[in-house]
Design a protein around this ligand. Structure first.
Ligand code: FE2
Ligand code: FE2
Length: 470
């Protein structure tokens, strides 16, 4: 495994130079990608120097190099974790057989679909976030936004490399399509619902990176188990980048909470809006909205596709090695289902419940994030406690999408939902208030009224460091 070669037009650690055909194909895709970045990526700021990290090695320690970069000159490239020649398939019908280095013919379409679905989310989120640079609450946050954006761009590169390398002509066509679909475009939308939702203010950005990027983490964990070795190795390296995105979300929301708690302490009994802070109840609504939307990304509770992907060895469970049994042929999974308007428990074949198994891990991980936020409230002596909505709440996909449920997952009739849901989900007035706060703050070290400063800067730099040169 060579190190990352930055002398190439496309930085890579896959010895791209020795495969001239592939190199040419990717070099033809590259200008289209840059064109896409400039037309629907971050608006403006493409000529500014931004303090960004770039991968210098795929080793877990010290893989990043920090320095000023103009975004269109970011060294997007192809980085896979090193190959383990002894690796075997860790689950499904082919358990124990040697991992595939080429696409298994019988699973070609399924595998392409999995890769395209993952790939499509990467440019989608960049499109969703494209206007946020104009209203960043600090230079530190502006820099973090762009770091997330360039890394999502790199994730697109990672998936396009797989399509070009292993799927021939239809892979190349899919790679083109990835630059054609548009987030929120009714005629040519992105594949998955959440990635078409507008993300127009920073509270949504922080909730998106907390909840939607965390879906990304679990999808990548499941694909990192894949028997198709190049996909597994690609996803492992993507996971190291994803961790930063969730950090941005978790600490971003925590800083908003912190600021509100400070205002409540300083001005007891007063409306925090008077002081330009965001009410804790409003933050909870944003949590409810983005968490419920992201729950949908795991798909239906019972899914024959999920069973097929698992059986074929293409998409496993997160942390597959933690399980004692890897074929999941005999086992069942106990699930709640809706039957004649009542919630009943049912045993289903485990393979058919793989979407739900992955969602379980996701919910557990989110709960830790909620505890972190509640510790901020505790620290300030504030009695408010945040919560995750029940996974049945506000769903658009799967069993629960056909009915209404409250935050605890209790069924509601439509009239009750209409009456109560404005307490749970952002209203027009809530959105208008949050948007009214979105004024850019561009003095190094300064932050907007509605958010506390970060605990520390990036790469050991002070808070008043010039993270973006404007
Ligand atoms: Fe990503
Ligand atoms: Fe991400």
């Amino acid at each position: 495994m060579p190190g990352i070669d930055y002398s190439q037009k496309i930085p890579n650690n896959v010895d791209l130079a020795s495969d001239k055909r592939l190199q040419r194909a990717l070099e033809e895709w590259q200008p289209n990608y840059i064109e896409w970045w400039k037309s629907v990526g971050p608006t403006d700021f493409n000529t500014n120097d931004i303090y960004l990290r770039t991968a210098v090695s795929v080793e877990a320690d010290g893989w990043a190099h920090f320095g000023y970069v103009k975004m269109p000159e970011y060294r997007w490239g192809i980085f896979l974790e090193p190959q383990d020649p002894a690796r075997t398939i860790g689950f499904g019908d082919h358990y124990g057989q040697a991992a595939w280095q080429q696409v298994p013919g019988e699973y070609r379409n399924w595998l392409r679909r999995l890769i395209v679905t993952q790939a499509d989310t990467e440019p989608a989120s960049v499109e969703q976030q494209r206007l946020l640079g104009h209203t960043a609450p600090s230079l530190y946050d502006l820099r973090n936004l762009f770091q997330v954006n360039v890394e999502e761009g790199r994730h697109l590169w990672a998936m396009v490399y797989l399509l070009h390398t292993y799927f021939g002509r239809d892979g190349r066509e899919e790679a083109e399509e990835l630059l054609q679909r548009r987030s929120g475009n009714p005629d040519h939308p992105r594949i998955l619902g959440t990635f078409n939702e507008p993300c127009e203010e920073w509270l949504s950005f922080f909730c998106f990176t907390m909840f939607t990027d965390r879906d990304g983490k679990f999808q990548l964990l499941a694909l990192a188990e894949s028997g198709f070795d190049p996909l597994a190795r690609t996803c492992r390296f993507m996971l190291t980048e994803e961790a930063h995105h969730m950090f941005v979300g978790q600490t971003g929301v925590a800083r908003v909470i912190e600021r509100t708690c400070q205002v409540m302490k300083e001005h007891p009994g007063k409306d925090v809006k008077t002081y330009g802070a965001i009410p804790l109840e409003t933050i909870q609504k944003w949590i409810n909205y983005w968490n419920s939307s992201s729950n949908d990304l795991y798909g239906a509770e019972i899914s024959s596709n999920a069973a097929n992907f698992f059986g074929a060895g293409l998409k496993g469970r997160a942390y597959e090695q933690r399980y004692g049994e890897h074929k999941a042929l005999e086992a069942t999974y106990s699930l709640e289902r809706l039957s004649d308007g009542r919630i009943v428990r049912e045993e289903v074949a485990l393979r058919n419940a793989m979407n739900e198994v992955l969602r379980d891990e996701y919910v557990k991980d989110n709960e830790k994030g909620l505890e972190y936020w509640n510790r901020v409230c505790e620290k300030h002596g504030n009695e408010f406690r945040f919560r995750l909505p029940h996974r049945r709440f506000n769903r658009r996909i799967g069993d629960w999408s056909v009915a209404r449920f409250d935050l605890d997952g209790h069924p509601l009739d439509e009239a009750a939902w209409q009456r109560l849901s404005p307490q749970w989900l952002p209203t027009e007035a809530d959105r208008a208030y949050v948007k009214s706060l979105m004024k850019p703050v561009r003095e190094p070290g300064q932050v907007a009224s509605w958010i506390a400063p970060p605990a520390k800067g990036v790469d050991g730099k002070p808070l008043d460091f010039e993270y973006v040169k404007l």
